[in-house]
Design a protein around this ligand. Structure first.
Ligand SMILES: Nc1ncnc2c1ncn2[C@@H]1O[C@H](COP(=O)(O)OP(=O)(O)OP(=O)(O)O)[C@@H](O)[C@H]1O
Ligand SMILES: [Mg+2]
Length: 374
């Protein structure tokens, strides 16, 4: 499953239009796509659905639920837009979520955790971010391994772009996992020398991090969104249709490096070197000491690969695969008495142990799980 955040703290640069239209084109290419609206303005929701009265829930309830077992999950609040495309809606209530979670440990992981339960149901998850760097954007980045950064060249200087890339690197470090960013030039008019120069500069300075396609200014894109439709359902003879079709083609070409079909990533579910014995009926919990060693368990039925890293293995996930059986990932490690910090790496995403309340703030401002062994 590819997870892509559409992110830029600058407002009005085409994030929502990009998220909506690449999601729709991907779905038309037989990919199963979940688009998540993480902006309290709810523009993605409005841009894909014209009915303003929603009987179901929104992303806010999912982020605010107490535990995975209580309250709605993504599966409960998703709505079908058309075959292959589901939407997780948002509304203004989302603006209050960061305050309500302000003291809650692990609040940055809420979206990532919620995504576990839909892993395996989608080839792509596209997250539309709000125009700010706060908890909502951070949740999106925690949940994603790629980012598309729409840039409106008429407002940008190269300095601004450098700053943006820096911010993204800092956020990726704080998120504790790599996020591959790629800039997408949008709202291009090409009318002035300044705009043409900015585009040339972006290309020169970020050679491998820019989409080849430039999205031109196309009034049909705004019109389509105002009718609650992606461009592919609204107008097939306009620049907006051609450009987002091309952007999507680039995203699909990247599948050579980032496969999305479970058949192709099945191999990564390799056997572990640990013999877990009779643990098949195990209920997941925080780590427990057993005669064989410390037993780590994680419930992640849809994950393709789970590893463990901590200060006991120099935080190196390679070679530290967990074994999967009956919906539970497990491994036994032989550890000397002491205090250890660790995380699970679920399909490349570093997450704290959801069942271990003991956490410690990491140097990057997020949380590691902690165990004390007598
Ligand atoms: N290529 C385009 N051509 C013409 N209009 C566009 C294009 N892309 C976006 N727009 C319009 O520009 C405005 C801003 O776009 P959009 O809402 O996608 O930006 P955003 O980055 O999501 O904004 P915000 O930061 O407020 O969430 C909208 O009215 C949208 O319809
Ligand atoms: Mg937006």
């Amino acid at each position: 499953m590819r997870t892509i955040a559409v992110v830029n703290q600058k407002g009005g640069c085409g994030k929502t239009i990009t998220a909506i239209n690449i999601s729709a084109f991907l779905a038309k290419q037989q990919r199963k796509v979940l688009i998540i609206d993480m902006d309290p303005q709810g523009h993605t929701t409005l841009g894909l659905q014209t009915d303003s009265v929603h009987p179901g829930g929104t992303v806010s309830e999912v982020l605010l639920r107490e535990s995975n077992r209580e309250g709605p999950g993504l599966k409960d609040v998703r709505r079908a837009v058309f075959p292959g495309l589901d939407l997780i809606p948002a509304d203004i209530v989302l603006s209050g979520v960061p305050d309500r979670l302000s003291e809650v440990p692990g609040r940055e992981y809420r979206l990532a955790k919620a995504l576990f339960e839909v892993r395996g149901n989608y080839h792509y998850v596209i997250v539309d971010c709000p125009p700010s760097v706060g908890l909502l954007t951070f949740n999106a980045l925690m949940a994603c391994s790629e980012a598309i950064i729409p840039l409106d060249p008429s407002f940008f200087s190269l300095h601004g772009i450098g700053k943006l890339m820096e911010t993204l690197d800092v956020l990726a470090r704080r998120a504790g996992h790599d996020i591959e960013p790629r800039a997408l030039i949008t709202l291009y008019t090409g009318r002035t020398d300044f705009v043409r120069e900015v585009v040339a500069d972006i290309r020169k300075h970020l050679p491998d991090r820019v989409f080849d396609t430039i999205v031109r200014f196309s009034i049909k894109l705004a019109e389509a969104a105002s009718h609650g439709l992606p461009i592919v359902e609204y107008c097939r003879r306009c620049a907006g249709y051609d450009d987002y079709r091309m952007v999507t083609a680039e995203i699909l070409r990247q599948e050579e490096r980032r496969p999305v079909f479970s058949g192709e990533i099945e191999d990564s579910k390799t056997a572990t070197t640990f013999d877990i014995g009779q643990a098949d009926t195990l209920v997941p919990s925080a780590p427990v000491s057993t005669p064989e060693g410390v037993l780590f368990t994680l419930e992640a039925p849809e994950a393709q690969r789970v590893q463990i890293a901590g200060d006991f293995n120099s935080w190196a996930p390679a070679g530290n695969e967990m074994e999967f059986s009956n919906g539970v990932w497990r491994t036994i490690l032989s550890l000397a008495p002491g205090r250890y910090k660790y995380r699970y790496i679920v399909d490349g995403d570093w997450t704290a142990d959801p069942l271990n309340p003991e956490v410690e703030r990491s140097p990057y401002g997020d949380y590691d799980s902690v165990i004390d062994l007598e």
